[in-house]
Design a protein around this ligand. Structure first.
Ligand SMILES: [Zn+2]
Length: 415
């Protein structure tokens, strides 16, 4: 099972696209071996999402996009409720067909949450990010599928190769498509996959490595179109120098190993088509979605312990800028009860609870903790340095990574 993420890490795939605005249904781009299905979700909250994906014809377009592939067997594209946040290429031996790309409603929900907030300073629009990252993800999974189905030998980490395939494919289209996917995917790698402590032992690269690799291939393919990424310092000049060579290497690998399985005529038709253009109605739908997603997470804290007079300090790392912290302040937690504190926007928060004689802090060995300076007038300094001011003492705030698919968090303090 090759998935796009590990908890909060991602990957890409090979070749999908969103529907052109008023797109004609493309009967000419079909491959009878590719089928698709929008499975009814178990949770009512995903029903509108299913309708939305269906009205955007996401799977229809992905199947058209993949239609030039000469496949050895049936292949299915499906969206379904998985019970976890992911997109995957799976081979289920006894299923028919066994080979599938599976996109979880939970994953789409998480993608829709990472787009820039309304009013947030960003060079990207929400629609660009949601569409670009979703297509990038589907292309990544398509990469895994191609490696498996046509037996492409892969040197190195398959997750890296799937990312490379995805970006490479994106770059074979017109400038708008290439920009949308590269922006969306790199944004996701930086804002989501790079969130939290990097797990170096994972089969995926770290979020930031995936971010730089994506930008590098794009710049290598078209140094003029992607010049901005270097000028603004998103892609360091030192790396940029080697990117044209890195791109040529991927292109050579594609031509040697994948191109022989591609119907060139159909591929030209796919390339000639206008992809990823949203209609005004589709933009409006996504904008509404953006408002909903930004209602953020609700947060409640309960004292289930035998300790009385507990207070809780809370700080949240901003999604829009992970270097910035928002101090939420102190909250009294009733004995044997809960305090509904409110809502926040962010996927990581840090907390510290204490009473006169007890404290819930992270141990010194916890590398994910955040050291903050607190004082007896119940203030604390965000991003405290090594040294606290007079009257302050350093304490270790515990880290909590919020599941992007969750709608709220309940912190339970126990003995
Ligand atoms: Zn993957």
């Amino acid at each position: 099972m090759k998935s796009i993420i590990r908890v909060a890490v991602v990957a890409l795939a090979c070749g999908a696209a969103f529907k052109p605005a008023l797109a004609q249904t493309s009967s000419d781009l079909s491959n009878s071996l590719i089928t698709y299905s929008y499975s009814p979700p178990k949770s009512a909250k995903y029903v509108p999402m299913k309708d939305r994906l269906k009205s955007f014809q996401v799977l229809e377009q992905l199947s058209q996009f993949l239609s030039p592939l000469r496949l050895p067997h049936q292949f299915m594209l499906e969206v379904m409720e998985c019970g976890f946040v992911n997109a995957q290429f799976v081979v289920i031996p006894r299923a028919d067909p066994a080979w599938r790309i599976r996109l979880c409603y939970e994953f789409v929900e998480a993608i829709e949450r990472i787009g820039p907030k309304q009013g947030e300073q960003s060079e990207f629009s929400y629609e660009d990010i949601v569409v670009g990252s979703l297509v990038g993800v589907l292309l990544h999974e398509g990469g895994h599928a191609v490696f498996n189905m046509v037996n492409v030998p892969v040197w190195g980490r398959e997750e890296d190769a799937a990312d490379e395939m995805s970006t490479f494919i994106a770059l074979q289209f017109n400038k708008d498509v290439a920009l949308t996917i590269v922006r969306g995917y790199s944004y996701m790698a930086k804002k989501w996959f790079a969130f939290g402590a990097p797990l170096y032992s994972d089969e995926h690269g770290t979020g930031l490595q995936r971010y730089y690799n994506t930008l590098c291939l794009a710049y290598g393919a078209d140094p003029v179109l992607f010049k901005d990424f270097v000028d603004k310092g998103d892609l360091p000049k030192e790396r940029a120098e080697s990117c044209p060579r890195e791109y040529r290497q991927i292109k050579f690998a594609f031509e040697k190993t994948v191109l022989p399985f591609v119907d060139q005529n159909l591929m030209k038709q796919v390339q000639a088509r206008q992809w990823l253009k949203l209609s005004p109605g589709q933009v409006a739908t996504l904008r509404q979605q953006q408002q909903k997603q930004q209602q953020t997470f609700s947060f409640a804290a309960c004292n289930l312990s035998s300790v009385s007079g507990v207070n809780l300090a809370l700080t949240v790392r901003q999604v829009s800028d992970p270097q910035k912290w928002q101090v939420y302040g102190w909250f009294a937690i009733p004995d044997n009860g809960c305090n509904y504190i409110g809502t926040f926007y962010g996927e990581t928060f840090f907390w510290y609870a204490f009473s006169n004689n007890t404290a819930w802090s992270a141990p010194d060995t916890d590398r994910t903790a955040s050291k903050q300076c607190i004082d007896n007038v119940r203030a604390f300094d965000e991003l405290a340095g090594a040294r606290c001011k007079t009257g302050q003492v350093p304490v270790n705030f515990r880290r909590w990574n919020v599941d992007p698919a969750a709608t709220g968090v309940t912190l339970k303090l126990q003995d």
